[in-house]
Design a binder for this molecule. Structure first.
Ligand SMILES: Cc1ncc(COP(=O)(O)O)c(C=O)c1O
Length: 442
């Protein structure tokens, strides 16, 4: 893996880069680590920083690098497309865009048959809100607490986490339901004796806080930024029954859960056995090349009666990357690998939990695993400080992991779907040492 300087680039000094980052970028853009690093090159599941240190990447650029770094079977078609034509705009036919739309149609239920491509998950959710609010002539949305749907006016307002809600000036009216967070049940109940009280809450919210005509219900099958909160298996089926009774469309925000990451199916909604009316996707589709979009029913897609375009949405480079990535995922059975290696990782993490009482909960599906840390298992006091230190110690030993959750106390693990059981053993060894270092130095 060469660490070469691009023409015109500065020497790879992270301290200097940090100063320049702070001088020139929005202060709201936070960085990981006491000493932030630049990831300068990568190969497969390994990445290397500006000073040549190597790391096992168990975060995948926030669940985005699905197939791994610098994969020739993905990069070669992108380079070839770049040499043919980089951009034409959506005012012209784009072969790879049409092929990708057909491919996504084939992966989703038949009634979802119209695709609109965007450049990010935020924009994709905006498109979902536009078609559902137009279709239902309503500006009301139902969302889950602890959700995250993006950083624009409307999507911030659909996100149920104060740390990410920089504004509430959106025209959307969002009603929040309690999330299916069994470890910290909002009602203090226990699964399964709770009889899915959280699902019943959706009906209570519809009946008590809306006009009776909300535009849509939106949910991530597994909450990403919320800390990989993983609903019980029956949750979405129960919610789906309620939504059908009231005729409310269901938007599945699959920005983190799609393309085989859950190991069970291509999309999270399939893993939960539900039928959405709109599916929102982004992140992992392009293996790092920016692309997002929605697939919706004909009726919802036809709700936009004026003109609408996205200059870059579905651009030849992005859609070529996505097709190559989907081919790679399919031909290398990465979904099956996510299920196998993810299952093994959960097993090993549960073993670690027997040793380290700070581990309060291990949850997730496939290669989307949350490890929630607490100061005390009885009180479940969130241990965000321990997460920060474990993350630092893991980095020192060559492992990159993420963090998240409303309380900042959940380690998020979402590596490229190519990781092996050997990688898991390496990661578990490093995490064990990291916990030892944090506990000893306390
Ligand atoms: C579930 C979900 N929806 C939407 C978004 C927004 O996507 P983007 O950052 O590409 O705008 C994110 C980003 O983390 C996400 O996790």
């Amino acid at each position: 893996m060469p660490v070469d300087s691009e023409p015109g680039s500065q020497p790879p000094d992270a301290g200097d880069l940090l100063t320049r980052h702070r001088e020139s970028l929005f202060p709201s853009v936070a960085l990981f680590y006491d000493d932030p690093i630049e990831l300068r090159s990568g190969e497969g599941q390994m990445v290397r920083d500006g000073e040549g240190r190597e790391y096992l990447d168990f975060f995948g650029g926030i669940a985005t690098v699905s197939s791994g770094h610098a994969i020739p079977e993905i990069n070669e078609p992108i380079k070839a497309q770049l040499d043919r034509i980089a951009h034409s705009s959506t005012l012209f036919l784009i072969r790879s865009q049409i092929e990708l739309a057909e491919r996504i149609r084939a992966m989703t239920p038949e009634r979802l048959n119209k695709v609109f491509f965007t450049n990010s998950g935020t924009e994709a959710n905006e498109a979902a809100f536009l078609i559902t609010t137009l279709n239902r002539n309503s500006n009301e949305l139902i969302a889950l607490r602890h959700s995250y749907h993006g950083r624009s006016f409307a999507t911030i307002n659909a996100s149920g986490q104060t740390p990410w809600r920089s504004s509430t000036l959106s025209p959307l009216q969002t009603h929040y339901v309690g999330n299916p967070y069994c470890y910290r049940c909002p009602w203090g109940k226990e699964y399964p004796s709770c009889d899915l009280f959280c699902a019943s809450d959706v009906e209570a919210v519809i009946r008590t806080t809306t006009s009776g005509n909300p535009a849509a219900f939106i949910a991530e099958p597994i909450q990403g930024v919320g800390g990989f909160v993983t609903p019980p298996p029956e949750y979405f089926v129960r919610v789906g029954e309620i939504l059908r009774r009231y005729g409310i469309p269901f938007i599945a925000d699959e920005v983190q859960t799609a393309w085989g990451r859950t190991g069970v199916a291509d999309f999270g909604f399939q893993a939960y056995g539900i039928q959405p009316d709109v599916v929102v996707f982004a992140k992992g589709l392009g293996n790092g090349i920016p692309i997002g979009g929605v697939i919706a029913t004909d009726e919802l897609a036809s709700s936009i009666r004026s003109l609408s375009l996205s200059t870059f949405g579905g651009n030849p480079i992005a859609t070529t990357a996505a097709l190559a990535n989907l081919n790679y995922i399919a031909t290398h059975n990465l979904r099956e690998n996510a299920r196998d290696v993810g299952g093994y990782l959960q097993e090993r993490l549960r073993e670690l939990a027997l040793k380290w009482p700070a581990i309060g909960d291990v949850r997730g599906l496939g290669l989307m695993i949350g490890v929630e840390l607490v100061h005390d298992r009885a009180t479940k006091e969130p241990a965000a400080d321990v997460v920060l230190r474990v993350q630092e110690e893991a980095k020192r030993r060559g492992l990159i992991i993420g963090r998240g959750g409303l309380y900042g106390n959940t380690i998020r693990i979402c590596p490229p779907l190519i990781v092996t059981r050997n990688d898991v053993d390496t990661a578990i060894g490093i995490l064990d040492e990291a916990f030892a270092a944090v506990v000893v130095s306390k």
